[in-house]
Design a protein around this ligand. Structure first.
Ligand code: A2H
Length: 253
């Protein structure tokens, strides 16, 4: 880890009404799954949200963003960053195991899909970010590998009660052009390195290294108001746009 705190953009994926049974007690308040990302400029390509089935999440009330769902650890950090009434203090409204947060319909900023679903990812780390990840399979090798795992393994879907229409219609969206890798860079490196699954750790690390720097320096946006611009020139503008439109907040850890 570096010396200073890491800044993340927390994307608010809002639960669509009617709320599922597990969130019924929050009726009348907005409820968001909050996902930590380093790549706010990729949010045009979100296809789903990742939850770890075995991680414990909590719901807590924020001052002006409604109910947030994340790990207890992230809620504590947020309570020191102005998200709650009293500094360092937050109330656990509910504890929920990840498996009970799967298959929930969400509305997320910027993506072309009006409704996306929470799905299982087994490589999420409990001690990073919020324990929730928003999925951009066009540009994240981890996200693409996890989505393919679900798409090609009906038994994996069934185990977690995931229905076909929560997954099968969701294709990676071309949102960034990277020289040599094309407009679906994660798909390109996944195929090139012959990645087999989300557990293919070494190859996924290599895949991430391949796309990350190149994308940042040479990637060009294909969609949205900054279409045609280089990512390094507009990454901050897109983060600001997300925040201004109430789709995201900044979080440090
Ligand atoms: B990134 P770093 Cl398009 N466990 O967002 C596992 N992964 C997590 C996580 C957790 N608890 N919390 C966040 N992440 C993911 C977008 C993205 C990301 C793209 C490409 C690469 C990429 C869409 N998913 O990350 O260890 C989140 O996924 C490459 C590493 O702090 C977040 O950004 O560097 C990134 O990892 C934060 O990882």
């Amino acid at each position: 880890e570096g010396a200073g705190p890491q800044e993340y953009t927390l994307i608010k994926l809002e639960v669509i009404k009617p709320y599922p049974e597990v969130l019924k007690s929050f009726e009348g308040k907005p409820v968001s799954f909050v996902a930590a990302t380093l790549r706010p400029e990729t949010m045009y390509g979100q296809t789903n949200c990742w939850i770890h089935p075995d991680i414990k999440y909590i719901a807590f009330e924020t001052v002006n963003n409604g109910i947030f769902i994340c790990t207890n650890r992230a809620a504590r950090n947020m309570s020191y960053q102005g998200f709650t009434v009293k500094d360092g203090d937050f109330k656990v409204e509910k504890e929920i195991l990840g498996q009970d947060l799967l298959g929930i319909a969400l509305k997320s900023p910027l993506t072309c899909y009006p409704k996306i679903y929470s799905l299982p990812m087994l490589t999420i780390k409990e001690d990073k970010g919020t324990g929730i990840v928003t999925s951009v399979p066009s540009d994240s090798p981890d996200d693409y590998a996890a989505l393919v795992d679900l798409q090609k393994k009906p038994a994996f879907r069934e185990k977690y009660g995931i229905e076909d229409d929560m997954i099968l219609p969701y294709k990676p969206v071309p949102i960034l052009e990277i020289p040599e890798y094309g407009n679906l860079s994660a798909v390109y490196v996944y195929d090139k390195l012959k990645i087999q699954s989300q557990n293919d750790k070494e190859k996924l690390t290599q895949a991430k290294e391949m796309v990350y720097l190149k994308g940042f320096y040479d990637g060009v946006l294909l969609v949205g108001e900054y279409k045609g611009s280089k990512i390094q020139d507009v990454k901050k503008n897109l983060q600001a746009k997300l925040i201004k439109e109430n789709g995201a907040v900044i979080y440090y850890e």
